[in-house]
Design a protein around this ligand. Structure first.
Ligand code: SAH
Length: 216
């Protein structure tokens, strides 16, 4: 496939998978149009990179379906000056999308080989506003808290309280919560007093493994 073919595939993805299903945030649509998703995958998968499905990224993990990436990103309601935390760097694709829309992105991955690969491609693409660390993301990133947005891209058995505490007042946490096979995507907004929870629909993610997640 040529460079122009990938741009065409991205346009088709934005129209048929995102706009058609109700993604409206112009900034999110522009970021999804811009970031070369195929480069976050093995070359053998490039021709499938813009399809309507998740794909393997090694170590038994997956890059989410484009629609889910767009839906979760839109739910964060980023304005451009935000400080965002991602749990589950994986391929680094979601981090690149966030880097287009926020000021600074902090991303945590528990598998060091995935973190290293993500770092390499994010550097190649010039995303200097993404910081990655290898650790158990269920603890959040205390030194950098509080955050305007926190996105968890692995399925949790329940909402980790540690992450709620690292949200700014007015900040949003987007997280899939449920059992191993299916989860509900939740958005939790921190208010002056307490939290407000919204249900964004069903989804299926790999497991969030950690002290405040599933046991390995
Ligand atoms: N956002 C990724 C997809 C992530 S797949 C992308 O755009 O490609 C989920 C990732 O979460 C996997 O890489 C998995 O290793 C990681 N993960 C699972 N539990 C974790 C934890 N407690 N802390 C950090 N990363 C975790």
């Amino acid at each position: 496939m040529k460079y122009t073919d990938f741009a065409l595939a991205r346009r088709k993805m934005v129209q048929e998978q995102l706009l058609a299903r109700g993604i409206k945030d112009e900034r999110v649509l522009r970021a999804m149009m811009k970031v070369p998703r195929h480069l976050f995958l093995e070359e053998g998968l490039w021709s499938q990179a813009y399809g309507d499905f998740p794909l393997p990224i090694g170590e038994g993990q997956t890059i989410s379906q484009p629609y889910i990436v767009a839906l979760m990103t839109e739910a964060l309601r980023l304005k451009g000056d935000d400080k965002v935390l991602e749990i589950g760097t994986g391929s680094g694709y979601q981090a690149a999308i966030l880097a287009e829309l926020a000021e600074r992105v902090f991303s945590i991955e528990r598998i060091s080989s995935l973190a290293a690969k993500a770092r390499r491609i994010l550097d190649e693409l010039g995303y200097a506003n993404v910081l990655i660390k290898v650790s158990d993301g269920t603890y959040g990133w205390e030194e950098e808290a509080p955050f305007d947005g926190i996105i968890v891209t692995a399925g949790a058995p329940e909402i980790p309280k540690t992450l709620l505490r690292q949200l700014k007042v007015g900040g949003r946490l987007v997280i899939p919560v449920g059992n191993e096979y299916s989860q509900t995507l939740l958005r939790i907004a921190r208010k002056e007093s307490g939290y407000k929870e919204e249900d964004l629909g069903g989804c299926r993610f790999v497991r969030l493994i950690g002290d405040h997640g599933w046991r390995a």
